[in-house]
Design a protein around this ligand. Structure first.
Ligand SMILES: Cc1cc2nc3c(=O)[nH]c(=O)nc-3n(C[C@H](O)[C@H](O)[C@H](O)COP(=O)(O)OP(=O)(O)OC[C@H]3O[C@@H](n4cnc5c(N)ncnc54)[C@H](O)[C@@H]3O)c2cc1C
Length: 399
């Protein structure tokens, strides 16, 4: 089995087991140890749940509930906040789709002007910068980096090596198993001083030495981090609710990599008469994420088949032919799926919605209550959002 799948077994059962083992350590142990990166294969204070949360093989709600079963909200404050950073980034980007399209066009533009040798050296870990080279290799080999290593790496990439930020974000997306359009793009923008205009993150030798337990103490790092700049962003768009006309007609349930736990989402949905899980390799950024998603989709197939009491089919094309054929063979005119946030799956679903309408099939995206309640608060900085967390948690429903 590839190393990626042994470090992160691609099943919900493995995610739940990891959560159960971690939850007792989500209080003080996490708060005190979360900034330390002990290096690959060594015990760590962090949960390593990101590939599972990314695909909602387990949901934020489940993670928060498991943690609160062991700690009160104050004791687990740091961990809960980190989980909510994910929700925040997703909601923030959802209201500013132009930031994602700008990243895509910057990536194309920067690729044309870049010093390809310097880029290759950085990606292969051949810059001679202690730590940085190790993280580049660790990322390529394992598909994972500790959060602090991601911050140091991005900072050195932008301010010491002076490489284009969007190509660094692209390098991460191509190798991370948890590769996520919102968390990755907005974190890189945050380090670069674009996300909170003017506020950058500078990696320093002392900080790296302290938090790698002396493994690395790189010389020659940039001494200042002058924020990158960009043209003003378009005004945020209103979130609205995705249209979800009520019906009692049976539906086909479509499961994509954006939400592999539909069992907890479809509680008030119309009857499900047929199940289809799609893992389209063209929608993943890199091989490791692709392999993980394919295996996680097989796991979802078995699980949801048992949950809904009927066999689930698996397909590797998220396209009009596949969906129309599945709907026809199930004898339905409605396809239900979890709402796909900004990214390649969302783009594909948007074009499929129009294509399928031409065949008289309606494609409905169902948003989780969690997102519907939290995302509207992701309008400005995280601090404002954070203040709303207790009230939103108390009010939120089952999905
Ligand atoms: C430059 C950069 C790029 C990043 N790219 C991604 C990415 O593509 N996908 C991704 O899931 N995370 C990304 N992160 C956020 C964070 O580094 C990872 O989520 C975290 O390291 C995953 O390890 P963990 O599960 O052990 O985290 P823990 O510390 O145990 O945190 C628990 C969960 O909270 C969420 N989380 C924690 N920190 C953050 C954060 N800063 N932002 C958003 N969510 C967070 C994750 O879902 C994580 O699994 C990036 C951070 C930086 C600085």
């Amino acid at each position: 089995m590839p190393a990626v799948l042994t470090d992160f077994p691609p099943t919900r059962a493995a995610a739940l087991e990891r959560l159960e083992a971690f939850a007792p350590r989500a209080g003080r142990a996490y708060a005190e140890g979360r900034n330390t990166d002990p290096g690959p294969g060594r015990p760590t204070a962090v949960s390593r749940l990101s590939p599972y949360l990314r695909r909602r093989m387990i949901t934020e709600r489940e993670v928060v509930q498991a943690v609160l079963a062991h700690h009160d909200a104050r004791a687990a404050d740091k961990y809960l906040q980190e989980v909510l950073w994910r929700t925040y980034w997703k909601g923030w980007l959802e209201q500013r789709p132009c930031v994602w399209t700008r990243f895509l066009s910057e990536r194309r533009r920067q690729m044309e002007g870049v010093d390809t040798r310097a880029l290759r050296h950085a990606e292969c870990g051949l810059t001679g910068i202690e730590g940085f080279d190790d993280w580049a290799r660790e990322l390529v080999e394992t598909g994972y980096l500790h959060n602090h290593a991601r911050m140091w790496f991005a900072s050195i990439w932008i301010f010491t090596l002076r490489l284009p930020w969007a190509l660094g974000a692209d390098f991460f997306l191509r190798h991370l198993i948890d590769a996520d359009p919102a968390s990755n793009t907005l974190s890189w923008r945050w380090v670069a001083g674009l996300q909170t205009p003017g506020k950058t993150y500078l990696a320093t030798r002392d900080n790296i030495a302290r938090h790698t337990e002396g493994r690395f103490a790189p010389q020659g790092l940039a001494r200042e981090a002058i924020a990158l700049t960009e043209p003003p962003l378009a005004a945020p768009r209103a979130l609205g609710e995705p249209p979800c006309p009520p019906t009692n007609d049976p539906s086909l349930l479509l499961v994509t990599e954006e939400d592999l736990h539909p069992d907890s989402l479809m509680v008030e949905a119309p009857p499900i008469s047929s199940l289809l899980v799609v893992a389209d390799p063209d929608l993943a950024w890199g091989d490791k994420a692709r392999r993980f998603t394919r295996a996680a989709a097989s796991d979802a197939c078995v699980r949801i088949g048992a949950h809904f009491g009927r066999p689930a089919a698996i397909a590797d094309r998220l396209d009009r032919e596949t969906l129309a054929a599945a709907a026809r063979s199930a004898g339905v005119r409605r396809i239900e799926t979890a709402y796909a946030p900004i990214g390649p799956v969302a783009d594909r679903l948007a074009s499929l919605t129009a294509d399928l309408a031409a065949e008289d099939i309606v494609l409905v995206q169902r948003r989780r209550d969690w997102d519907g309640r939290f995302w509207p608060h992701a309008t400005r900085g995280f601090f404002g959002f954070k203040a709303e967390i207790p009230a939103v948690l108390a009010a939120s429903g089952r999905t």
